[in-house]
Write a protein that binds this ligand. Sequence first.
Ligand code: SME
Length: 161
Amino acid sequence: MQVSATVQEVKTEIDSLAASAITAHELMTRMVDLLHKRMLKYNWVGFYMLEAGAQPPMLVLGPFQGAMTPHTRIPLNEGICGAAASTGKTVVVDDVTKDPRYLACSLETKSEIVVPIFVRGEVAGELDIDSHFPAAFALEDLALVEHCASLTGKKLEKSPV
Ligand code: SME
């Protein structure tokens, strides 16, 4: 896979963030900020986390960068976010207008990636990124965002908040 210099640099910056952040919350807050600032096509970057003990299960908006979204709570049977959390699989949507599951957050959004976060083998939440550009998420982006989600899961295992 071709990896651009920017993606390589950002991955290194994310790795040092993960090493220096004391809490998972600090890591998540700084990670969304870094991805939003450095990756020019990542126009909305945020976490949704499963609410502890909620029945039915509910994703709740966590740290994010970008415009405020109307979707602060998403049930698992709704949206691209619900699909990724309920299947435990990464979802990449190149054209959100063609995906009937899509819940609109901004009229400018054209493509989206959602990567589940696992804590001790169970889905605990996800990292969601929207782009104003169609098909913005290539294989190198998928690898970067999955790396971010994996570091977040590992940090949550060590430091729950
Ligand atoms: N588009 C998401 C909803 C969250 S906003 O993008 C921030 C979805 O379809 O689940």
